[in-house]
Design a protein around this ligand. Structure first.
Ligand SMILES: [Zn+2]
Ligand SMILES: [Zn+2]
Length: 172
């Protein structure tokens, strides 16, 4: 069923193209990946390690939404690279308008973004894909309960949720 989604090599190319076209190549390299486990998140960016993840479930067959979501996450990465506040600031919105992106709260991205100043962490097992979310940074030696593999710790900056109720609330 992946026929209508670009593969990750194509995503990586899109990232490179958008970076030079819209951001003067100022965004450092990010790994772009799909995360099939997202239930209500269209896209997510983490800076350490640099990773942008997209939800195949929400973006399959919707090239425009995929482009918007990738660009949205890239604006965060761009602001972060420039040492600016990477939240949904006026600078963020200016860049969105410049790129012709719809409101942050459009029907797909719909995201009531989580408070950008609240740090959250993900610990993920790269073997089985298990993820846990933590408010505080998990200890470096934490392992997967099933595989006994060391977990990779990601620092989340933002999760872009797809949940109409929250989006409607956020719009107010
Ligand atoms: Zn595991
Ligand atoms: Zn955002």
């Amino acid at each position: 069923m992946a026929y209508d989604l670009p593969d990750v090599a194509e995503l990586q190319l899109l990232f490179a193209q958008y970076n030079s076209l819209h951001f003067d190549g100022q965004i450092p390299s990010f790994r772009i990946a799909y995360n099939a486990r997202f239930s209500n998140v269209a896209g997510r960016i983490t800076y350490k390690p640099p990773l942008i993840e997209l939800s195949p479930k929400h973006l399959r067959g919707k090239p425009d939404d995929l482009r918007e979501t990738l660009l949205h996450e890239m604006i965060h990465g761009w602001l972060h690279a420039r040492g600016e506040n990477s939240g949904h600031t006026p600078a963020f919105k200016r860049k969105m308008r410049e790129l012709g992106l719809k409101s942050i709260y459009h029907d797909l991205g719909s995201a009531a973004p989580l408070n950008p100043s609240t740090k959250r962490y993900i610990a993920r097992c790269e073997k089985c894909g298990m993820e846990v979310l933590r408010r505080r940074k998990p200890p470096a030696n934490v392992v997967c309960a099933r595989d006994r593999k060391p977990l990779t710790i990601f620092e989340i900056t933002e999760m872009r949720e797809v949940e109409p109720a929250r989006a409607a609330h956020a719009r107010r």
